[in-house]
Design a protein around this ligand. Sequence first.
Ligand code: ZN
Length: 365
Amino acid sequence: MDGGRIVAVGDVSRYAGRRVLDAADRVVMPGFVDAHTHVVFGGTRVQEYAARVAGLEPPPGAPAGILGTTLATRACATPELVEQAGPRILEMLAHGTTTLESKSGYGLDTATELRILEAGRTLAADLPVDIMSTYLGAHAFPPGVEHAAYVDRVVDLIPAIAETGLARFCDVYCDEGYFDLARTRRILEAGIAHGLKPKLHLDAYSHTGAARLAAELGATSVDHLNLTTMGELEALGAAGVVGVYLPCLDFAVAHPAPLDPRRILDAGMELALATDICPGCWTTSMQLAVVMACRHGGLSVPQALRAATYGAARALGCDTVTGSLEPGKRADLIILDVARHEDIAYRIGRNSVTTVVSAGTVVVG
Ligand SMILES: [Zn+2]
């Protein structure tokens, strides 16, 4: 590595290094890329989670659902959002994540959506991780606002977000009870018109038909995909759209139809993995996502590790920059104190990462 980039891989004996990181008998691999997160939010939903795992309703007054987190997030000024999300991102880094996506969507009003994206920008400047932001004003409908009027507001905010560079992607939660096909198209097309690349929360709980829209618009990724048909997945594959698998989310919500990620591969799509860290699925570990993707999703370990690195970089459009160990790419890599890469799927619940190198600098270990 030199100047923050990878110079050579394999036999590097012809180079005289100023510093040597000894990784004998350890695994060295690209830093994890977490392709789908809602890491900037206010508060916690631990009471809701604890109730739901026991089959109960959340206690009265406890924050629940997207709207519960929205109220807690609206109560936070930007420094408070930074203060709450910062430790989560450092925990992700300690578990080997060097690039992550961060969505807005817990504001559902103009001021808070902007604060979430500004917090993301501050965190990206302060912490040694690459954070790529996504505008997800269309995460849910806020209470007390007429749906058509809210869609207008989501669209109206796009030019300002694009001009200030606060987000690279525009995402919509397309599902029953959320944003329908026509509204999804309108929001994503407005994003495209201002240079924001489309992403979709797609078919998580109902079959929407938006997969064809994603293929038509050339979405960078489609995420969840629980109820997407094989024919639709093949159309997405032909259009070069990456499928993002969220096994920890399927686990945390006890999803009635957890995704079989082998369908994504069978359809010819590139597969990406992500934690989906959010108040309903609080995990910072891509190693756990790999564990779940293998044992629960039936992927081979190499398939899961590719999805957690190169595939995830494809889902963020940064695969020419990071996601694999190749000369010229940014020197984002991790060392794990296990002898074989299969150990990452095998050592359940363990953080095996001992060293994290981000853009050529040792930032953990
Ligand atoms: Zn999400």
